[in-house]
Write a protein that binds this ligand. Structure first.
Ligand SMILES: Nc1ncnc2c1ncn2[C@@H]1O[C@H](COP(=O)(O)OP(=O)(O)OP(=O)(O)O)[C@@H](O)[C@H]1O
Length: 259
């Protein structure tokens, strides 16, 4: 059984078919890239997986449970972690406090209540920070960190609910190539070690071709290709979708991206 089975999900906004009859699977230990030109339906798809949007039809089965109709909080509790295109940490709090707060939120059952918690979940938070290589920065405020380090803290926060599935919205946006590769290599290692699944959107093709186990491609709300990156790259439908817009990545990037 797949970790995540998405079956025939669709979503319309007024006259726009944002996502039409899309089905795919994510396996435990797999890094799956979701790509597509601007407006292809990637965000809509993500938002249907994390409970922010309810599909008009279809099923989203995570670890045997259909999560359609559950709130974002319930979906999170069921094991979906998320990172954002612009890293979401609290700058005025330390690295350690950010992870402690996430652990506290998950374990106490209280989503948004802050308590004095200087000792709360400290060891577990340090352990998560160690896994992302940030434990030596535990007592620094997030606001002084380099952006790549903030993204690592965000990853530790996303792991605090022991997710089965990680959803990552352009995890490497705004990062230099070296940091970008380090972050995605770290993500891949954690996905394998923890046997979780990860689905990520990405505009950087070197990341997709270098690290994704498989990829799926959306265009105008429809799934037009899926498979191993090199096979998908050669697919005429994918080439056409990108040449048609020229906005997300170019012919040269498609051909030049190597594993
Ligand atoms: N809340 C909404 N109301 C109306 N139309 C929407 C809404 N959200 C998305 N759409 C439309 O649905 C389509 C898919 O949008 P979506 O944001 O999912 O694409 P995307 O692939 O994430 O694009 P991008 O790469 O530009 O972020 C677009 O035509 C968009 O204008």
């Amino acid at each position: 059984m797949s970790l995540l089975s998405v079956r025939h999900i669709s979503k319309r906004f007024a006259g726009v078919a944002a996502v039409s009859d899309v089905s795919f699977d994510v396996q435990a230990g797999e890094l799956l890239a979701l790509i597509g030109p601007n407006g292809a339906g990637k965000s809509t798809c993500f938002n249907m997986l994390n409970g922010q949007l309810k599909p008009d039809s279809g099923q989203v089965i995570l670890d045997g449970v259909d999560v359609v109709g559950k709130s974002p909080r319930q979906v999170w509790k069921h094991g979906v972690g998320r990172t954002f295109q612009i890293a979401a940490t609290f700058g005025s709090m330390t690295v350690l406090e950010n992870v402690q707060l996430a652990l506290h939120s998950y374990r106490s059952g209280v989503f948004a209540v802050w308590q004095a918690m200087s000792h709360s979940h400290r060891q577990d938070a340090l352990s998560l920070l160690e896994q992302v290589g940030m434990h030596e920065h535990a007592d620094r405020p997030c606001s002084v960190l380099a952006y790549g380090d903030v993204k690592r803290v965000e990853l530790a926060v996303a792991l605090s609910n022991q997710p089965k599935l990680l959803l990552m919205d352009e995890p490497t946006a705004g990062m230099a190539p070296k940091e970008r590769n380090e972050l995605i290599a770290l993500t891949k290692r954690l996905v394998i070690e923890r046997q979780i699944g990860a689905l990520f959107t990405e505009h950087s093709m070197d990341v997709v071709f270098g690290y994704a186990d498989r990829m799926i491609v959306l265009a105008r709300g429809k799934l037009i290709a899926e498979g191993e990156p090199n096979a998908v790259r050669a697919d005429p439908k994918v080439q056409e979708a990108y040449f048609g817009t020229g906005k997300t990545f170019t012919n040269e990037q498609l051909e030049g991206a190597t594993a």
